[in-house]
Design a protein around this ligand. Structure first.
Ligand code: AMP
Length: 298
């Protein structure tokens, strides 16, 4: 692994950039604060960059600490490398920044943008389902982030509430690029949680960037109804429902027909017939309900 050299305060990008800025990060460069959460492979802490930058106050980040033994055991080192490589090159207000990383003998540390309002998943659990205004604002901001990713030949492949964080202003941040790929070819790998997977991935046939349109459709449904559309007790039943595109809209909660129309245009079996993301942004439901600022403020 090459060492990432970019500082969280982006000094590298300024005229003050010096050779010293390109030094390797170590744990000593940070004051470690409260734990923010626990993941499968380690812990996440609030942290402050010790180095004082000229203009800005010390940078607050989230430091993700991953244990090498666990990464090895689960054989995800390759996946992590890909995640770091991809996420560190993306710059978009709705994509969590990955400023850099470093490691010692036992651990790998990821220096991440801090998302002050935490997991969207918890918010959705708390509210049961979101208002159309909130759902449309989130869907529009995710569509913009995915248009940006696809423009860079990156497909995410794992869009779901668990992978979304909320920033201090209420802006959504795509946080997990563990399953993403740089794609110039069509892919055949099976990845992600079944509920969000499109037919072509469930059936392991070739897929492209349009997989993210499907997952965004599933997410839009879950925002509005509180459950994903193809949920079933058994995996095999979810599989069948996805392949058949067994899409039903419950009577409650009441959702506008414009929202249902948009979802129906995204959850289309033939991936080439799914509503393109730039067209989604012009859909009457998005135009009527999404906050033009791109941020849901409650
Ligand atoms: P993960 O290992 O990515 O699943 O992270 C574990 C938990 O830490 C998440 O569920 C969040 O609650 C929290 N967390 C992770 N990354 C961040 C971040 N960048 N900002 C704030 N909280 C985070």
């Amino acid at each position: 692994m090459a060492i990432a050299t970019e500082s969280p305060d982006e000094r590298k990008a300024t005229s003050e950039s010096t050779a010293a800025d390109k030094k390797r990060w170590t744990l000593n460069d940070f004051d470690i604060g409260k734990p923010l959460g626990r993941g499968k492979f380690g812990h996440v802490y609030l942290a402050r960059e010790k180095r004082v930058s000229t203009a800005k106050s010390n940078h607050i980040v989230a430091l993700k600490v991953l244990f090498k033994t666990q990464l090895k055991q689960s054989q995800v080192e390759h996946q992590l490398r890909r995640e770091v490589e991809i996420q560190s090159h993306l710059r978009h207000p709705n994509i969590l920044r990955l400023y850099g990383y470093f490691y010692d003998q036992k651990r790998v540390y990821l220096i991440l943008e801090y998302a002050a309002k935490g997991e969207l998943y918890k918010e959705l659990q708390r509210c049961m389902y979101f208002s159309e205004r909130r759902a449309a604002t989130y869907v529009a901001s995710l569509a913009r982030a995915l248009i940006y990713c696809h423009g860079k030949h990156v497909i995410h492949r794992d869009i779901k509430p668990e992978n979304l964080l909320v920033g201090a202003q209420g802006e959504l941040k795509i946080a997990d690029f563990g399953w993403s790929v740089h794609t110039f070819n069509r892919r055949k790998t099976l990845c992600g949680t079944l509920d969000y997977l499109p037919p072509e991935m469930v059936e392991s046939v070739e897929h492209d960037a349009n997989v993210d349109i499907w997952s965004l459709g599933v997410l839009c449904y879950e925002f509005l109804y509180g459950v994903p559309p193809f949920e079933a007790k058994e995996h095999s039943d979810t599989y069948k429902r996805i392949v058949q595109v067994d899409l039903k809209f419950p009577a409650k909660p009441i959702v506008s027909s414009a929202a249902k129309d948009l979802i129906s245009q995204m959850l289309v079996k033939d991936s080439s017939q799914r509503l393109p993301l730039h067209k989604l942004l012009e859909h009457p439901w998005i135009v009527q309900y999404a906050d033009p600022s791109g941020v849901y403020r409650g």
